[in-house]
Ligand binder design. Structure first.
Ligand code: ADE
Ligand code: ZN
Length: 352
């Protein structure tokens, strides 16, 4: 599917992108050499080919096939080459430079600090690398960003709290002396039997610091409707999350989609992530029905390098081509992202 000039030119805002899911095979190869790490691929072509095949991270859906990693195994394996502040800077600048070419004016990337500190990487290498990229890309590319620390939901809650404490000096100005990188917390990784309410203390600590709260409720996972109900009605002292990442399953149940509408909770959808495993004539009518029900959502890419190199422009093109969305609807989808984002008024005015 090629990107039309209309979609290419449309100014964009991205609210659901995992920075580690933007690591290209090219940069991974380069960083492996820079850091003297031997990859299990003999050639660059072998490494590149490995990106085409991953299993759903619900093994019960497709069985385990020896030698083929699940999606999340492939994602965390890629992180191995990221070691120094410069590596994290290069990763972030690579994505932010691509934003400039796609006309993405503002972005709120997720980062998984626990994926790095548990390998012995110092938290400040990760945070200073991203902070420097945040500042440089705003200045040199006009691409502004505010970053979201994800708790790894398949790790103990205490490790997430510890990661947050370490990252706190890099938080928004609502934290005294905060350096302005981190503006929200999220919840990612494997949701299997890890409902959002387990992380209530983490959300509460961040909220007390004046940060925002979002959480993944991925499409078609086990217990996804129950997780959605927690995210809409129970977390954050019953106020609900401010946004939900994915959340497409809400369309199935009236109490969920009316809850989203009434509480003005927007969804960050990533159509290609679902299209990889869902038929076109099932997926896009579902997205359209959610739109017609008045649920607010925006369009994003999730983990583009691990998802066939489909970036935000490719995701928007899919909705435009397959979903029956007009040019006016596409513009409204970008307005939704502006409305849902956590930029300050100055940045919002600049990107409008
Ligand atoms: N973390 C990074 N990518 C993810 C995905 N697609 N699902 C759940 N957690 C993630
Ligand atoms: Zn995601």
């Amino acid at each position: 599917l090629s990107i039309s000039p209309f979609i290419a030119k449309l100014p964009k805002v991205e609210l659901h992108i995992h920075i580690e899911g933007t690591l290209t095979p090219e940069l991974r190869w380069e960083l492996a050499h820079r850091n003297n790490i031997s990859l299990s691929y003999a050639t660059f072509e072998d490494l590149k080919a490995s990106y085409a095949v991953t299993l759903n991270h619900r093994p019960e859906l497709n069985g385990r096939q020896p030698g083929i990693p699940t999606f999340l195994e492939a994602y965390f394996a890629g992180c191995e080459v990221l070691r120094t502040e410069n590596d994290f800077y290069d990763l972030a600048m690579s994505y932010l430079s691509r934003c400039a070419t796609m006309n993405v004016r503002y972005t709120e990337p997720f980062f998984d600090i626990q994926a790095h500190t548990r390998r012995g990487v110092p938290a400040e290498a990760v945070l200073n690398g991203y902070l420097r990229a945040q500042q440089d890309s705003a200045k040199s590319l006009g691409v502004h960003s505010r970053w979201i620390l994800c708790f790894l939901r398949d790790e103990p809650v205490e490790l997430g709290l510890q990661a947050y404490t370490e990252a706190r000096p890099w938080a928004a100005g609502t934290v005294e002396g905060g350096k302005g990188l981190l503006h929200a917390v999220g919840l990612a990784s494997n949701a299997y039997e890890r409902p959002p309410m387990l992380f209530e203390e983490g959300f509460s600590v961040a909220r007390k610091d004046g940060l925002h709260v979002t959480m993944h409720c991925d499409f078609g996972q086990k217990d996804t409707h129950a997780h959605m109900a927690e995210a809409i009605f129970h977390v954050c002292d019953g106020q609900g999350a401010e946004r939900i990442d994915h959340g497409l399953d809400a369309e199935d149940r009236e109490e969920l989609w009316t809850g989203l509408v009434e509480r003005n909770i927007g969804l960050t959808l990533c159509p290609h992530a679902y299209h990889r495993r869902t038929a076109t004539d099932v997926l896009f009518p579902k997205i359209r029905r959610l739109w017609e029900k008045g649920v607010k959502f925006c369009i994003n890419s999730d983990d583009p390098t691990l998802m066939h190199d489909v970036w935000i422009d490719g995701n928007m093109q899919k909705v435009y081509t397959y979903g029956g969305f007009s040019e006016g609807d596409m513009i409204q989808l970008v307005r939704n992202a502006v409305d849902m984002c956590w930029a300050d008024d100055e940045i919002k005015t600049a990107i409008h």
